[in-house]
Design a protein around this ligand. Structure first.
Ligand code: FAD
Ligand code: UDP
Length: 389
């Protein structure tokens, strides 16, 4: 096949743009991925216990973007699932995000009633308040509550996850899990929340199932693509088509300006010989003594009705990313701050000189994107490309 497009990466960024270009523009697309599987971080499979598990960490689909919802539902059946998270907070198991129920479970009735009353009066009900804002609040009782939540929910979790305190990292990170003046104990309040009935990998198979798409797995972009004088070469020949790159941009340019920092994770799977291990899909451990941040029990979120006597759980151990190591060598989380964005922008500047070369996705855009935003970015890029052809 002679290709019009080469897409690097078969996660949601790559699969979405490949699908659109192949099926809407009738163009020939080559998708390569250095892993042996499609699906990027969403890759899932049935394990030895017969349970659908996510190899690269738990992935819950939630969005307010109607276009993304409408797009995705074409590629398989989904079931309604709203994720709930509990946390081991100062020895008690309470809902996360920390909410009215969490206050009731954490303090004696008199104190809880007082705190809830003040919060409702100051902020109103159904209000979300980022912890860093709550901490600045002058009221003595609110301040005491904010310190309790900061210390017991955010401080050690964030230290484990990012190697820094909540004050040191981009505030948008902790803003993802605000204190919620509500009894609503869902982790997300998005309009659309659902999980793929047969798993994400099947969704990706359907997205990439086109006679215009060829997928080559176990192929690193570095082996087949190179750039000289702003011209892209594919397998040694000048490539006149379009390249869409969804991997880490520093890697693509051989770390010319230095490495972009990321956080990585190690996952530890375990089989438990009972039907359920914990009451909800995820229990967070914002504790100092535990080295992991959370335990996920996949059954809750991936299997709609299965009756299986065993269960699979997974602990997440955050760590510094090290591309040269044989562990912790997957860049899962970009570390967004001014200094790193400056470095990232140097790479973007370099990339912008290459005609028909686009960067999309969590790694290539160096943004803490959820799945829906990545799909949205790919759909936006498609609109742009469609106008140009
Ligand atoms: P990826 O899924 O990372 O795909 C990029 C692909 O490119 C990979 O397959 C990689 O192998 C390939 N690649 C990279 N470099 C090269 C190269 N040089 N050559 C060839 N191939 C290459 N989002 C949610 O919405 N809900 C969640 O619950 C959620 N949970 C998450 C949990 C964890 C632990 C993590 C890390 C992320 C989570 N996310 C979640 C975010 C989600 O994973 C991302 O939004 C999504 O993966 C982004 O898709 P992508 O295509 O940009 O990147
Ligand atoms: N966070 C925390 N304690 C928690 C949950 C979250 O401190 O119990 C903070 C932490 O800094 C984390 C961020 O909020 O990295 C975002 O949490 P989220 O669950 O959105 O992270 P992700 O699922 O992307 O790993």
């Amino acid at each position: 096949m002679n290709f019009d497009y080469i897409v690097v990466g078969a996660g949601f960024a790559g699969a979405t743009i490949a699908e659109r270009v192949a099926n809407k523009l009738n163009k020939k697309v080559l998708v390569i991925d250095k892993r042996d599987n499609i699906g990027g971080n969403m890759y899932d499979y049935i394990d030895e216990n017969g349970i659908l598990v996510h190899k690269y960490g738990p992935h819950l689909f939630h969005t307010n973007l109607e276009n993304v919802y409408n797009y995705l539902k074409e590629f398989g059946d989904w079931f309604f699932y709203e994720h709930r998270v509990l946390g081991k907070v100062n020895g008690k198991i309470v809902p996360i995000p920390f909410n009215i129920t969490s206050i009731e479970k954490s303090f004696d009735k008199e104190k809880a009633d007082k705190l809830i009353g003040i919060l409702k009066k100051e902020f109103g009900t159904e209000k979300k308040i980022p912890i860093l804002e709550l901490r600045k609040y002058p009221d003595k009782d609110i301040n005491e509550l904010a310190e309790y939540i900061y210390e017991n929910v955010f401080l050690y979790y964030t230290m484990k996850q990012w190697g820094q305190t909540p004050d040191e990292i981009d505030p948008n990170v902790t803003n993802r899990v605000p204190v919620f003046v509500s009894k609503d104990d869902r982790y997300f309040q998005d309009k659309y929340q659902f999980m793929p009935k047969s798993g994400y990998t099947k969704i990706f198979e359907k997205m990439l199932d086109s006679e215009n798409i060829e997928v080559r797995l176990g192929v690193d972009a570095k082996e087949v693509l190179n750039v000289k004088d702003n011209i892209i070469y594919f397998e040694g020949q000048e490539f006149k088509g379009t390249v869409i790159y969804t991997g880490a941009i520093d890697e693509f340019f051989d770390y010319e300006y230095g490495s972009l920092p990321y956080r990585s994770l190690e996952f530890e799977f375990e089989t438990i010989n009972k039907e359920y291990f914990q009451p909800v899909g995820t229990v967070n451990y914002p504790t100092k003594e535990d080295k992991f941040t959370r335990i996920t029990e996949f059954k809750h979120m991936t299997m709609e009705k299965a009756k299986i006597p065993k269960t699979t759980i997974m602990r997440e151990y955050p760590c510094a990313y090290d591309r040269k190591s044989d562990k912790a060598n997957i860049p899962y989380y970009p570390i967004v701050n001014d200094e790193n964005m400056k470095l990232y922008n140097k790479y973007v500047e370099k990339a912008s000189k290459i005609p028909n070369f686009y960067l999309i996705g969590r790694l290539a855009q160096y943004k803490y994107f959820n799945m829906d935003l990545v799909i949205n970015e790919a759909l936006k890029l498609f609109e742009k490309i469609e106008k140009e052809v």
